[in-house]
Design a protein around this ligand. Structure first.
Ligand code: FES
Ligand code: MG
Length: 591
């Protein structure tokens, strides 16, 4: 067992063992006894370890944590701590309307209140589905008590008709086949079911696998934790080890502020490129960095990420799914390649108590079908391209998922100059898109770019994964599976759509997208990173006089609060009023 002879006084003792407030102690203690815990346990001076439980019946991606928490508790108890499990506000990517994004900040706010206001000395963050990871890491920084991430792990690989079918990716492909008349609805449902064969989160390198990988890359989870599939025995074992380790961290007082440094975030940007990670990593990394009070700028994506090659062969950028990735060595094997190539800043502390460099020792892959050498990658320059222009100050494009056919159609057309022009077809929100996409009068063809607005943090509200718009059925039937798209929303991390995303500022706050009209020409210059609508200054002024497009009213109180303080995707879509708060676990709440 960890040597805790030099035990420090934990913050929970202010509740349970405080000579100045003897009158309050009985009140704080008595109700915990009604499930059998004794006052002596709570007054023993041992750390109280919170388990932020993200699993529930309406968070099916994270439901494995209801089981894993038992092993976490075993580890906590064996290492000398006392576990207290409590719920996190649920976040379920696929089902939460109008978007799960609005819950990232709600879960973040809720977790801060729990960690600050209850007798908790350290916390296990149980992560899985997309936003459950950044929400909890953001809160861990704001409170800054010792914290460790336990991923729930991806589902087993999905199979259909002898082929791998990955979650999310199978849906995007299936709905194109459905629209083209190649499959019927029943087959579509069969494919969807096949892509989700077990407990766990998405088995593709979508946002869930990406964010868990990045939590590990940041140094917030045990080495190798993120990729272990949910049903594997190793998942239960690492849950136990995570429980043990957080008790040691409590005694060592290792806090997020000593782990989440600028170097850690730059490494996360590098790893995200190398794994072909989700475009949602951009706002989430920015939000985690800002809540850790780490300087990270939009330019860091180009400066540190863009030239990093894709070395992981996993859907949607590649071929395989989570089981194969785990067997190939998972995130440590990716980081091992990057370390050898001199691309990491790995001499930095992690939750193991050792440096990232030490954690990666001996972690090279033995499966070159899945993890490629840095010098001979799947694709060069896999990081996000950052764009700007008169439509927005900031947007990103994920070039690693662009198909050869798409490159052929657009980039070769652009010629050596890498400049291409498209005719804009503009939709105000996804309702408008669905209502009109098959309207022949829009004249959508191969030279069109589909534009959506009203999909950002304020406009939606929450920012929706709607930019990966499918072309009209008539084009799909002709084999045109993708058109360029652009918008102030996001796109699913499992999508292979060549989109210009996360445009900031959004239309709803007066960004340039508010003033584009169907029929305008958009010029994209990949050499200079510019994206502009070609209109005269006079035309722009007269459109500005018409005002910004309307967006839906708030339907709940939270939506209104969220809208009143949320920032743009460029800077993480944070609750701006929350950003100044950091380290609040160091001050005790009033009695
Ligand atoms: Fe929850 Fe993908 S929908 S992990
Ligand atoms: Mg998603």
């Amino acid at each position: 067992m960890f040597d805790n002879s030099k035990a420090r006084r934990f913050r929970s003792q202010d509740w349970f063992d405080n000579p100045d407030h003897i009158d309050m102690t009985a009140l704080y203690l008595e109700r915990f006894m009604n499930y059998g815990i004794t006052p002596d346990e709570l007054r023993s001076g041992r750390p109280i370890i919170g388990i932020a439980q993200s699993g529930s019946d309406i968070s099916p991606c994270n439901r494995i944590h209801l089981e894993l928490a038992k092993r976490v508790r075993d580890g906590i108890r064996d290492a000398g701590g006392i576990a207290m499990e409590f719920p996190l506000h649920p976040i379920f990517e696929n089902c939460r309307r109008p978007t799960a994004a609005i819950d990232r900040n709600l879960a973040y706010m809720g977790l801060i209140e729990i960690l600050h206001a209850y007798p908790i000395d350290a916390v296990v963050l149980t992560t899985g589905c997309d936003k459950t990871t950044p929400a909890q890491i953001m809160a861990a920084s704001t409170v800054d008590i010792p914290a460790i991430v336990l991923s729930g792990g991806p589902m087993l690989d999905g199979w259909m008709d002898g082929e791998l079918v990955g979650s999310g990716a199978a849906i995007w492909k299936g709905r194109r086949q459905l629209a083209a008349g190649d499959i019927d609805e029943e087959k579509f449902l069969q494919i969807a079911a096949a892509s989700a064969p077990s407990a766990g989160h998405c088995n593709t390198m979508g946002t869930a696998s990406t964010m868990n990988a990045l939590a590990e890359a940041l140094g917030m989870s045990l080495t190798g934790c993120s990729a272990i599939p949910a049903p594997y025995r190793e998942r239960g074992q690492i849950a136990y080890e995570t429980g043990r380790r957080i008790v040691e961290m409590a005694y060592q007082d290792i806090r997020p502020s000593s782990i989440l440094t600028r170097d850690a975030f730059l490494d996360a940007i590098v790893v995200n490129a190398a794994i072909g990670g989700s475009t949602n990593a951009q706002p989430h990394i920015m939000a985690m960095a800002r809540h850790a009070h780490v300087e990270l700028h939009s330019d860091d994506w180009m400066a540190h990420g863009h030239d990093i090659p894709l070395i992981l062969n996993m859907q949607p950028a590649g071929k395989f799914l989570g089981e194969r990735f785990h067997r190939a060595g998972g995130v440590p094997a990716i980081m091992w390649e990057l370390l050898q190539a001199g691309k990491l800043r790995a001499d930095r502390l992690t939750v193991t108590g050792k440096t990232m460099q030490d954690n990666l020792d001996g972690r090279q892959t033995n499966d070159r079908e899945v993890i490629y050498p840095y010098a001979a990658p799947l694709k060069q320059q896999a990081g996000f391209m950052v764009l700007k222009g008169n439509l927005f100050d900031f947007a990103i494009m994920k070039t690693s998922v662009i198909s050869p056919a798409f490159r052929e159609r657009y980039l070769s057309k652009a010629g050596q100059e890498n400049i291409f022009e498209c005719r804009a077809v503009v939709f105000d929100g996804s309702g408008d898109y669905h209502a009109r996409i098959n309207d022949p009068s829009l004249n959508i063809d191969e030279d069109s770019i589909l534009v959506i607005r009203g999909a950002g943090p304020v406009g939606w509200p929450g920012s929706a994964e709607v930019v990966n718009m499918q072309p009209p059925d008539a084009l799909l039937k002709r084999g045109i599976l993708n058109l360029p798209t652009l918008g102030d929303g996001r796109q699913s991390g499992t999508s292979d759509s060549p989109s210009i995303l996360n445009a900031s500022p959004e239309s709803a706050v007066g960004g340039g997208l508010a003033y584009i009209r169907t029929g305008d020409t958009i010029r994209i210059n990949l050499n200079t990173g510019r994206c502009d609508m070609l209109i005269t200054p006079e035309a722009l002024e007269s459109r500005k006089a018409e005002g910004i497009p309307a967006y839906p009213a708030s339907q709940t109180p939270w939506q209104e609060i969220y809208r009143s303080t949320v920032g743009q995707l460029e800077t993480g879509a944070c609750m701006e009023l929350a950003v100044p708060y950091i380290g609040i676990g160091n001050t005790l709440p009033r009695h």
